[in-house]
Design a protein. Structure first.
Length: 175
């Protein structure tokens, strides 16, 4: 890992994640009623909760919309959950303004073309191993794991370890 990459990691205060293909493997199961059901990795959830508890901003911007997904993130402590979004750049800009953030503080993880333009605006664009080629090309970091299989845990854990907050979080809860 380059020195420049470590410097970027030290400045991250905000994580923004897409849902489908990042926090899920991109598969949706359709119920008889037409509801789209998704599976999420429990380790990704643990990392999100750890990040929130350590004062990081964690935001969700997704084109998909589902009440179960919203409830999952609310239970993890995520305050900004934007589902059914057609213009991710507009929502990103609103969040940057609302929280007075600098793009140099932001990590975004996306996996497909709707994430492309937002990823170009942040300091640390990241993606799961199975992202589409166009996204992998602009990502500064590609996780070694696929979406829905711990890619979110991977990036959160790396940032928190770089900032020496990963075990600090764990130790504080169990002392």
């Amino acid at each position: 890992m380059s020195k420049h990459f470590k410097i970027i990691m030290n400045d991250i205060t905000t994580f923004i994640f897409d849902v489908d293909g990042v926090l899920t493997d991109g598969t949706v199961h359709v119920s008889q009623e037409g509801e789209l059901l998704r599976a999420m990795n429990i380790r990704d959830g643990y990392a999100i909760k750890a990040a929130v508890e350590n004062g990081y901003n964690v935001f969700i911007i997704s084109g998909g919309s589902n009440d179960g997904v919203r409830k999952r993130f609310e239970n993890l402590g995520v305050k900004e959950i934007h589902l059914g979004v057609s213009n991710k750049v507009a929502v990103y800009n609103q969040l940057i303004s609302k929280y007075n953030l600098d793009a140099e503080q932001v990590l975004y993880m996306g996996d497909d073309i709707p994430d492309y333009h937002v990823m170009q605006l942040v300091a640390l664009p990241t993606c799961p191993q199975d992202a589409v080629p166009e996204i992998k090309k602009i990502a500064k970091y590609t996780s070694h794991v696929n979406g829905g299989r711990g890619a979110v845990r991977d990036v959160i854990e790396q940032i928190m370890k770089t900032q020496q907050k990963w075990f600090q979080h764990f130790d504080a809860k169990y002392d």
